[in-house]
Each structure stands twice: as C-alpha cells, then as structure tokens.
Write a protein that binds this ligand. Structure first.
Ligand code: ADP
Ligand code: MG
Length: 680
C-alpha cells in the first residue's frame, strides 16, 4: 500500500454536502435538460449580448461549464451562420476536436459531418453543409493559406487558450490582424480560469466575460515519501482507492499512449487475479491515437455497482470533461517538448507538470460532488520542485513549420510579429537558417518556389522536402509510404506482454538492410500486398489501426502531389534512391560513429541508437534519424544508414567535404555501445 497524507484543500464554490453523484437515471435525462443544467446556460442571453456588443470577447470559465459545447450552439441558434457563414472553434488537441464535435452533433440531433463537423490533420469530417466546425488550431492556421481574411467565417472561437499551444499563439497574432479589417468578424477567446488578463491586454483590452464556477471542494493528499516507480504506484493506488473509498469514478493522469496501455494492462491483470474479491472496475484509456469508438466509451455512464477508472493523458486536464469523477490520481508528470536552439535538437521528455496543471487536474475531482485528489509526490516536492505555470509551447519548440507558414502568408518581418510571448530570438533565427538550408527561403529570407510547395504539404518542412526530393530520385511511391508511416509514429508494432518473443521475431522479419525507414516501407508494402488485411496484421504483430491510418495519410498526401508538381514513380527496388530522397529532407539530423559512440555531425552532441531500431546492432558509420527522444539518454528513433557523400550531393550548401572526412576510419572498433540485453 501507499501511504497518503491529507495536506490541503482546493476551495470549492459549493457546500461539500451538496448533490451526490448523479444516478444513472439522472444521467439518462434528456440531453436538453443536461444542456440547461450547465453553468453557462443562465448566462446565455447576457453572453450573446456581450458578443453582439464587442468584436473581441475573452470568456473565462471553469472546465466543464459548457464553453466548448454550448457557446457555438448558442451562436448557431442566434443566427450567426446565416447566409452560409461558418463558426470555427479551435482545439489544441485532435481528440478534443473529434470528441466535442461528436457530442455537439448529438445534442443538435444531426449527423456528425453535416451541420456539425470536425477537421483535424489528415482527417476531414465536414461537408458543404458544415457550419459549426471544430478543428485543431493547426487546421485553422492552414485555412489562412487559402482564405487569408477568413471571409467565410462569422465567428472564430479560439478555445483552450490557456494551453498556449504553438498554433493557438500564432492564431492570436493573425486573428488580431484580420479582426482589424473585418469589423463584422467576432472573435472569442475561451480559457479555463487562468491568466485571462493577458489575453485581454493582448486584444486591446477586450472585455472578459466570466462564467461563475461551480465546483465542490477537493481534498488534496500527498505521498509521505517520493515514489520511485510511479506507474506501479499508480496501479497500487487505484486499487487502494477502489477497495477503500466510497463510490465515484477515478481519473488518472499519465503521460502517453505506451504508459497508459501498460497501466491499463496492469490494472486489468490485477483485477482479474483478485476476481470476485473486489467490485467490478472498468478500466478505460484515453489518448490521442485511440480510435473514436473507444474514445466514446469513457463518456458512457458507469453501470450501478461498478467503478470506472479513466487513464488519460493531459487531454482530460481541461479539454474533456467526464461526468462522475470523484477521485483524481496525479503522478505529477506530463510529456513535454523541449528545444535547444543552440543545437537545434528537439526532444520529447517526461517532465514534472506545473502547479497550475496540478491544480487543474485536482479540480477535475470536484465537479459533481466533493472529491479527493491523490498526488503521487510529496507536499515538499509540490512546493519546491514544480514550476508555477507551464512555459508556452512557442518557447520550447522548433519553429520551422510556423515560420514557413507565416512566410507563405506574406509575413516577412517575423521579429516584429505580434506575439503574445515572443519565441527566443535564436529559435527564430535557426528556423530561418534551416529553411534556407532546405531551399525554402533564399538568401534574402524570401520564400522560394520550392518553399511555396513545401508549405502546401501539411507536414514538417523536412518531411515536405523529402517528398519534393522524391521527384528527383523517381521514388515518390515509396517516399509517400515512408512519410505516411512516419506520421503514425511508433505505433506500428504490437508487442503484447505474453507474446514478447513472437512479436520481436515478427518485427525482425521485416528488417531490411539500410534501416528503419525501409523497414516501415517493407511493412506497408507487404500489408498492401495482403490486400490491406487485418488478419495479416494480426499474424505479424502489426497494429491494424495504425496501418489504416497510414493508408489514409498516404492517400491524402498522394492527392497533394500534383499541386507540388511531383509525379508518381517507383524506385523499382533501388532503395539507394529512396534513402537519398530521405537524406535530402533530413540532412540536418545526421550522426556519425566516433570512437566514443555516435555524435551529431554538426553539433557534436552525443546520441544513441534506440534499442528498437533495426540498426541497433549494426552501428553503421553514418546515419540520419527521424527524431530524438530523451528518456535515459538521447535516443535516435527511426534511423537510416547513409553515406557521407550523399550529404554533399543533397546539401552542398550545408556540408563541406572537409567535415565529412573520417580520419579514424581504419581504427574503428567493430562494435561500440551496449547490447540490447545490457540496456534491458
Ligand atoms: P468546457 O468547454 O467549459 O470545459 P464543455 O462544453 O466541454 O465545457 O462540457 C460541458 C459538458 O458537456 C460537460 O459537463 C461534459 O460532461 C459534457 N460533455 C462534453 N462532451 C461530452 C461527451 N462526449 N459525452 C457526454 N458528455 C459530454
Ligand atoms: Mg472546453
């Protein structure tokens, strides 16, 4: 067992004795009654009046008060979509956009994709009729490319503004500008109760509309001592809550898909072993790549007598509200991007969350009754180790993508762009340098023809460059597949705990000389030859869902080829051409084997091949990587063997022959680094 001590209380606005968890009968109440019961409802008229009277309105309200699902509907009912005008509501997260759109479609009694739809990268569930568009902030950003004044929109609601995602931050600057010359455009900035004054100031002192909160007090508990293995501690604590605490569902915050799946498996495993000794515990995951039917399950009411535990990423912090949560379990971590503008290295790391985040999480326990939040860290750690707030994404990510987009929109002077918080100067500079090296910008910083094409593709500049380069190397068929497989990101292979050996063998069977990109290509090609069969996936320990998604992505990218003037062609088995095309996009991400292991070519950073890579044992002298992941070390994930001469061929302006020489070539030890076993 894990010992918790009660320390503080998150103040509520309601008396602790107020209504208990709604019964299933109440939950079944008509959807309209539920709508009327939301905190925003009593303010409907006042809110609409404020919107009518002000061009820009900041809306602040506790999570779950109805901002996202209700306000766009009010606007619809009020006639803001007359004459075919549209309402956009942006979300930083794909899952939120999908889930919320589905909910709103149900509330309005329409089919998803008709009047209400969503649009996320590589997935468009809208039609001509769609007037309420939930979309990721990145998608609205791309709308500026085809419609710089957003002329078909009557209202833009930038939701979850407090998240301060990169794309939301950029939207602020662009929308503020559009609003100036489109006085009839309504701009709403919706945020949880955090920092709304900043938004108001940014939008020339726009008024803030507060939806009064409605939250019960939440008791906060901390562990007595730090927990070494938080995943294990999580599982133990959930069971502990389940056995000792009165009814009410549990929400657990973990950092990502792998961790969530592991935790769910462990929980189910232990419940099975405990059998009828405990009441039923429904274990439900929620993360970005979860298929939508599985997503919907977290919202279904818990059957009487049972308890539900939802194991979620940050998505459940403010973007989604699940009814009936009384207990929150918070290990205090989240996955965060960080960027080092000095080295140009971006990595995804599990880091302690901020105090603001921890308090949002705790708040999720007090929506329907007084709740409890168990923090898997000490009160001391909360006080001394957590930052106050999360640093906005714009300050800890690479900006290549955004800079390319802004350049395409004709915004040249990026140093003076209207940022809510400016990115570090070095990051901007490096983005410009990289885009120049990729040939997207000329030496004056102006967009080139190639840059314009790169911006057309909804992927990162390096990936776009790789796709464009496939024209030169006549291998666009293969490159499209590689691009699509890279986009579904590390969820291709399935590795169930009880069949680890079989799964690993199956994976090794796909290995091809050259590296991981070719392995991905091989998996896809064989799957396509099987007739895109799910049985084939099952037999080969490949995730069918990921493959289906890769196929969708591939189709969409293929549809864009014509616009960027790349013809369809195949390398006919000449994989050198594929590898060169990949190198043309990723020459920035290269490493060479030195006597002390791998070093990145330009920055001389120490990096390691990920143990899952097909090249882990081969240790080629020169390689490129798709991404770096920092766990115990800087691991390169998706690695491809290259020849140094290719770097001169694809990026002569970036590499000099001299730096690609290898003085130690002959003395190189055969094998450097640890074996798979030693790494565990
Ligand atoms: P906010 O944006 O202010 O956080 P929302 O509009 O997202 O609030 O949520 C309002 C209410 O709608 C919540 O109480 C939530 O329970 C309910 N809700 C949202 N999505 C769903 C869904 N998919 N299924 C059932 N209820 C939902
Ligand atoms: Mg919301």
């Amino acid at each position: 067992t894990i010992e918790f001590v009660r320390a503080t209380q998150l103040q509520g606005d309601e008396e602790p004795s107020a209504p208990p968890t709604p019964t299933p009968a109440q939950q079944k109440e008509s959807i309209q009654a539920v709508r009327r019961s939301l905190p925003v409802f009593p303010f409907r008229e006042e809110l609409l009046a404020a919107i009518a009277n002000h061009q820009v309105l900041i809306i602040e309200g506790e999570t779950g008060s109805g901002k996202t699902t209700q306000i766009p509907q009010y606007l619809f009912e009020e006639g803001y979509t007359k004459k075919g005008m549209k309402i956009a509501c942006t979300q930083p997260r794909r899952v939120a956009a999908m889930s919320v759109a589905a909910r709103v479609a149900r509330e309005m009694g329409v089919k998803l994709g008709n009047e209400v739809g969503y649009s996320i990268r590589f997935e468009d569930c809208t039609s001509e009729r769609t007037v309420l568009r939930y979309m990721t902030d990145g998608m609205l950003l791309r709308e500026f490319l085809s419609e710089p004044d957003l002329a078909s929109y009557s209202v833009v609601m930038v939701d979850e503004a407090h998240e301060r995602s990169l794309h939301t931050d950029i939207l602020f600057g662009l929308i503020k500008d559009v609003a100036r010359f489109r006085p009839e455009l309504k701009v709403l900035v919706a945020s949880a109760t955090l920092d709304t004054a900043r938004f108001s100031t940014f939008f020339d002192d726009a008024p803030v509309f507060r939806i009064p909160g409605r939250r019960f007090p939440v008791d906060i508990f901390y562990t007595k001592a730090p927990e070494a293995d938080y995943l294990e501690a999580c599982v133990v604590s959930v069971l502990q809550i389940h056995v000792t605490q009165p009814p009410g569902d549990i929400l657990v915050f973990l950092t990502g898909q792998e961790e969530i799946e592991a935790a769910c498996e462990m929980l189910q495993d232990r419940c099975r072993r405990l059998g009828s000794k405990i009441r039923e515990l429904l274990v439900l995951p929620i993360y970005a790549n979860l298929p939508s039917d599985m997503q919907a399950r977290i919202f279904q009411p818990t059957p009487p007598g049972a308890r539900k535990v939802v194991v979620a990423t940050n998505i459940a912090e403010t973007s989604l509200t699940i009814e009936g949560i009384i207990y929150v379990l918070d290990p205090g971590f989240c996955k965060q991007k960080s960027y080092n503008p000095r080295t140009g290295m971006e990595s995804l790391t599990v880091t302690p969350c901020s105090k603001a985040s921890a308090n949002q999480r705790a708040g999720r326990a007090g929506r329907v009754a007084a709740g409890k939040c168990f923090r898997l860290y000490t009160a001391w750690a909360y006080q001394h180790e957590l930052e106050e707030t999360t640093v906005p994404e714009i300050q800890r990510t690479s900006l290549g993508n955004v800079v390319l987009l802004l350049k395409s929109l004709g915004i040249h002077d990026l140093m003076h762009f209207d940022f809510l918080d400016p990115p570090p100067y070095e990051t901007l500079l490096l983005a410009l340098e990289q885009l120049y090296a990729l040939g997207a910008l000329n030496h004056l910083g102006e967009l080139t023809t190639s840059g314009r094409k790169m911006a057309e593709l909804p992927v990162d500049p390096m990936l776009s460059k790789m796709i464009l380069a496939s024209e030169k190397y006549s291998c666009s068929e293969e490159i499209l597949t590689v691009a699509a497989m890279l986009s579904v990101n590390n969820s291709i292979f399935y590795r169930p705990k009880d069949k680890v050996v079989h799964a690993d063998n199956a994976r090794v069977n796909f290995f091809l000389p050259g590296g991981d990109h070719l392995v991905l290509l091989n998996v896809y090609t064989q799957w396509a030859e099987s007739g895109y069969s799910s049985q084939w996936c099952y037999e080969n320990f490949v995730q069918f869902r990921s493959m289906r998604r890769a196929r969708d992505v591939r189709e969409q990218l293929e549809g864009l080829l014509e616009r960027v003037e790349v013809g369809l062609s195949s390398c006919q088995g000449d994989y050198i051409r594929v590898r060169k095309a990949i190198t043309a996009g990723y020459f920035y991400h290269t490493a060479r084997l030195t006597r002390s292991g791998y070093r990145t070519v330009k920055q001389q950073q120490t990096v390691f091949i990920h143990p899952n890579s097909s090249l882990f044992e081969e240790q080629p002298r020169w390689l490129l990587y798709h991404e770096l992941v920092l766990t115990t070390k800087e691991f390169m994930r998706q690695v491809l063997e290259i020849e140094s001469s290719w770097l001169l061929e694809v990026a002569p302006h970036y590499y000099k022959a001299k730096e690609l020489e290898d003085p130690h070539a002959k003395k190189m030890p055969k094998k450097i680094g640890k074996t798979r076993e030693e790494l565990g």
